[in-house]
Ligand binder design. Sequence first.
Ligand code: NAD
Length: 362
Amino acid sequence: LGVFTGFFYKPPPTTRLFRDAGMILVTGGAGFIGSNFVLDWLAASHEPVVNLDALTYAGNLRNLDSLQGDARHVFVRGNIGDRALLDSLLAQHRPRAIVHFAAESHVDRSIHGPGEFMQTNVQGTFTLLEATRAYWATLTPDERGTFRFHHVSTDEVYGSLAAGAPAFTETHPYEPNSPYSASKAASDHLVRAWHHTYGLPVVTTNCSNNYGPYHFPEKLIPLMIVNALAGKPLPVYGDGRQIRDWLYVKDHCSGIRAVLARGRVGETYNTGGWNEQANIDIVHSVCALLDELRTDPAGPYGRLITHVADRPGHDRRYAIDARKIERELGWRPAETFQSGIRKTVQWYLDHADWVADVQSGS
Ligand code: NAD
């Protein structure tokens, strides 16, 4: 695993060998979904990855431990807002695609401090688009045609759905309600505009809640697992009846690969698990699995559930209509919620050291 910091970045000589074979640039590839994507990508393809990540609190190089010594993965520590670094990386590696995950991603943090969200999600995406546009102009006509900028976004941009209302399609109006979703909505609009105005070949995926390995334990599912194992309260916002669609992270990764390979330029694809559930039901599922896999002599884990004051502006329901990605690209999730959540709980039980490192901040 080659690690380079942006300021001192000097292109590693090995990656030049790969130029003719093509390579992709991933941003945010040390985070939850990005690291799963990089691992899946390199398991399925020989195409190298340059992984640009600022390593904020959410980025974790340990997620990529299994790539140590693998010359197909070049890690660069740097910020998507650093135009000089972007220009240098693009000129040197000449990627045939960019997959853009890097973002501030936690709604609660966006409520307490929205500034970082505007900086990374809006300004950072703008800087990345501008650097990409300049680089794209240097490509041959053939290369320009096959190049892709894949923007990874969220279903939260569509706002909250009433009970019984049809699930979000790609033409649903944007009605973001939190600083996080507003910043992601802004980035979606920038990506769209760079296609319509400058012709940049973009694709966007708007995905529902992910869960799976390497999920930072501030988000619902890993927080419940980690707190339950520590005998701590399981905090549930309000009545816990907020409904989300849940997708196993590796299914999201396969959806991104499908859109990158075969998606129509300028289109957006809603990606979801056909799996709407209330938060409280998710928590009960996690507790039931833990009761089975790591029985607590003190009693069922559900005893630790504690309702806390609801999050301000908390959206009541999200639901994804994923028919377009299935119809056009043949993508469907491989995991059911039952199979995915079992794998996830088992992963956390098997990776106590990863959890301990994340919690200690090391
Ligand atoms: P995450 O917070 O786990 O990871 C984000 C990564 O981006 C981290 O590694 C962080 O170090 C890096 N990063 C942050 N700011 C950066 C910057 N300025 N420059 C470079 N790197 C930076 O997030 P995640 O859950 O993996 O989400 C990845 C993407 O997918 C985000 O764009 C998010 O909006 C989107 N998304 C997430 C979900 C979900 O359920 N987690 C669902 C749909 C869409």
